[in-house]
Design a protein around this ligand. Structure first.
Ligand code: DGY
Length: 323
């Protein structure tokens, strides 16, 4: 029997590729990342399964080009790059990889929090450009304590909740905002107090974003919001770049409307060395590495393959979006 065809927009771990090769005829895009749209539109025509990554925009036009596609399996928890509604209409299943990356992403958010408050990356930059001798004074180059500071978590879901556990161990006060408050027992375990979005913005010393990118959260953090934050506050984003209006953030950081930001995600990725954010000192930049640990990435690869195997055979993926 002819093997089903699977296309990957980037390579995966060897064990995952070998697993796929046993069952399918596979092709892996090697070349410019992200894969150019014209190539993806061409490749998707005859395949049964697609493995994609967050930079690949799987919109109506791409979905319409597919004649046999049964499943889109994304190597990410986020799926805002896929038109999941349209995929559902076309009876194409969509799988993603939540849960396994919760700890790694919360760890990264917390490391960014320490980094921006204690100015670790900034110190690294100071040494590398030979300026250490300028910062010996008692008042020079001070950070701020974590203990006693109020961490505002926007989105107390899996990752936000795990971040709260880390923050509690560092004696931080935790407030959060969700569409709906979590259970009292979860609030108690995490030591987190529900507040309105307005209060979260107003009272937090640190705000960490853990909501998905949707039409409701698109550009949620703009100048209006930055002006309502404490002047001493910092913003951490390990969710999706488009939740922040980057132009406004750059002005807010530059004019010290807020004290700093630590970002793992950007409006358009990857950013280059001349991006305006790279010129600003009070910001820490990471290249979208929230889930990037050896263990987590291997688990993500396993789930990506499982989701594909199920979806390609008309079954619901382990972690399914839509149906
Ligand atoms: C995800 O899985 O969505 C993370 O942002 C890594 O891409």
């Amino acid at each position: 029997m002819k093997k089903k065809r699977v296309f990957l927009t980037r390579t995966l771990h060897d064990f995952a590729l070998n697993e796929l090769k046993k069952r399918y005829q596979i092709e892996v895009h090697s070349g410019k990342i992200p894969i150019p749209k014209t190539k993806l539109r061409f490749k998707i025509q005859d395949i049964d399964g697609l493995i994609c990554f967050p930079y690949d925009k799987i919109d109506k036009e791409i979905i319409d080009a597919a004649k046999n596609l049964k499943v889109i399996s994304t190597y990410s928890v986020g799926f805002d790059h896929i038109d999941t509604q349209y995929a559902k209409e076309k009876k194409i299943r969509v799988g993603h990889t939540p849960e396994v990356l919760t700890d790694a992403t919360a760890d990264l958010a917390f490391s960014l929090l320490i980094d921006i408050l204690r100015r670790v990356s900034e110190g690294d930059r100071i040494i590398r450009c030979g300026r250490w001798q300028e910062i010996f004074g008692a008042y020079d180059y001070v950070g701020v304590d974590l203990q006693g500071k109020t961490l505002g978590i926007l989105g107390l879901g899996r990752i936000g909740g795990t971040l709260a556990k880390r923050a509690k161990a560092f004696d931080m006060k935790i407030i959060y905002h969700n569409r709906k408050a979590v259970s009292k027992s979860k609030e108690k375990t995490l030591g987190a107090k529900y507040v309105t979005f307005e209060k979260l913005i107003k009272y937090s010393d640190i705000i960490s974003i853990h909501v998905p990118h949707t039409t409701l959260t698109n550009q949620l953090f703009d100048m209006k919001i930055f002006k309502k934050m404490k002047k001493t506050a910092v913003l951490i984003n390990t969710a999706r770049g488009k939740i922040i209006n980057e132009k406004d953030l750059i002005v807010a950081l530059d004019k010290k409307i807020i004290a700093g930001a630590a970002l793992d995600v950007f409006e358009s990725e990857p950013i280059g060395k001349n991006h305006p954010l790279t010129k600003i000192q009070n910001v820490v930049l990471a290249p979208h590495i929230g889930s990037s640990t050896k263990e987590t990435r291997e688990k993500m690869a396993m789930i990506t393959v499982k989701n594909l195997n199920l979806g390609i055979n008309g079954k619901t993926p382990v972690y399914s979006v839509g149906y």
